[in-house]
Write a protein that binds this ligand. Structure first.
Ligand code: CMC
Length: 393
């Protein structure tokens, strides 16, 4: 195997150079393009952060106007796409439907598939940003059997998405400004996270010069797993099981520490953060106030807070430097906003989209990019003869 190094899970292998996101996992620091996540969460908005992540600088007024105009006016899907959504079984999980939707979109977007043409890349960037909320909302509407709503150009990005998700064609949808603001902030917190599993997938697929839609659909699939984006759904299900089992948090923590098969403290631990995930810290601050604002007395929030407290003071978690990650509190907030748990990971995908686009574009414009092709250490059988073919070799 020559000079091949075995590194399962790539714990110590950098696959690229990147200018997009900086993480210091020991200190719990996260910055997009140099800007601290805390400042962006407080002062910016999701579309501006998307621009920053994709293009590298904060937009001027004119740049922002152009970007949001392109996105706002591109939200509609081809009419045939509605028929596509109707083909999926009623109770389909929205994640595979979203991923299929992005692939289907590429068949309608053949003028934006050239991976070296800057104008086409720009077109694909706007299209994906514009149409992903519509695809996401349709994936959801399909799962609950409600009519699809056309997007509305007079609404902001988050407002339009919320209306398409929860509105009905027959009546006005009343937007709650606190929900809009909270969801916008959550999307900012998910916008990029350097070479995580789904982003690495986007890059790996793209490194074969597959188009951006194919690469991002692959990223959505990678995100769906419970160890990655699917954790936000898994956390809520875990809290629900603890609640149904009498709310005995200590009993559950003991099962985790005993490493019972398949039992992990979901929403805890991170490959890079060996400290409190800065995104979780921001979300936690919001969780209480959002849950209270929606008037919900949430038993699961109490369990989550108790779980966190117990874990943070327990040697098992301390020794392994396991802290709450971004997914620990998001599910509770999404639920309070009215999203069903199988929609949570779609919200993660919506937030992560600018990161996937930025990373794909950075990779395609980097002259050092090569096709991603890891090596292996072969540990299988030595050469042997097929029965009856002795001596043939
Ligand atoms: N609960 C209990 N034990 C854990 C957990 C957990 N959530 N996470 C890690 N450990 C233990 C693990 O058993 C191992 O212990 P030991 O050395 O005794 O075998 C040690 O900590 C190191 O774990 P690892 O699995 O080698 O760590 P990793 O870097 O490969 O995994 C992770 C990172 C996020 C997959 C893992 O922490 C995990 O499964 N967490 C739960 C799922 C989750 O919340 N995922 C969301 C991640 S953040 C955002 C995102 O990507 O969506």
């Amino acid at each position: 195997t020559g000079n091949v190094t075995l590194d399962p899970g790539f714990t110590n292998t950098a696959s690229c150079k990147s200018e997009i996101t900086y993480i210091d996992g020991d200190a719990g620091i996260l910055r997009y393009r140099g800007y601290p996540i805390e400042q962006l969460a407080e002062h910016s908005n999701f579309l501006e952060v998307a621009y920053l992540v994709i293009y590298g600088e904060l937009p001027t007024g004119a740049q922002m106007e152009h970007f949001s105009e392109r996105i706002t006016r591109g939200t509609m899907l081809d009419e045939r796409m509605r028929d596509l959504f109707r083909c999926f079984p009623r109770r389909s999980h929205p994640m595979p439907v979203l991923s299929a939707g992005v692939m289907a979109l590429s068949t309608f977007a053949t003028d934006s598939l050239d991976v070296f043409d800057q104008d086409q890349i720009e077109l694909a960037t706007h299209r994906l940003m514009a149409k992903m909320p519509t695809l996401a909302a349709y994936a959801y509407k399909n799962s609950v059997g409600q009519p699809f709503l056309y997007p509305r150009n007079d609404l902001g990005y988050v407002e339009n998405f919320l209306r398409m998700s929860f509105g009905f064609p027959t009546e006005e949808y009343e937007l709650d400004p606190a929900t809009v603001k909270a969801l916008d902030t959550l999307l900012i917190l998910h916008a990029d996270h350097e070479q995580n599993c789904s982003t690495s997938t986007v890059r790996l697929v793209g490194s074969s010069q597959a188009d951006i839609y194919a690469s991002i659909a692959a990223g959505i699939n990678a995100l769906s797993g419970p160890l990655h984006g699917g954790a936000n759904q898994a956390v809520l299900e875990m809290l629900g099981r603890i609640d149904a089992d009498g709310g005995d948090v200590n009993k559950f923590v003991t099962r985790v520490k005993n490493k019972e098969a398949g039992v992990r403290l979901m929403g805890f631990g991170h490959r890079v953060y060996k400290n409190y995930d800065p995104r979780a810290a921001i979300i936690k601050k919001h969780a209480d106030e959002i849950l209270r604002a929606t008037g919900q007395q949430n038993a699961l929030l109490d369990i989550a807070q108790e779980l966190e407290q117990i874990a943070l003071s327990d040697d098992y978690f301390k020794e392994r430097k396991l802290y709450p990650n971004v997914d620990f509190y998001t599910g509770l907030i999404y639920e309070a906003m009215g999203f069903p748990s199988n929609y949570f990971t779609v919200l993660f995908a919506l937030g992560r989209l600018p990161g996937w686009i930025a990373q794909w574009r950075e990779m395609m414009s980097d002259p050092d990019t090569k096709i991603g092709r890891p090596r292996q250490v072969y540990v299988g059988a030595a050469e042997r003869n097929y029965p009856g073919a002795e001596g043939a070799a």
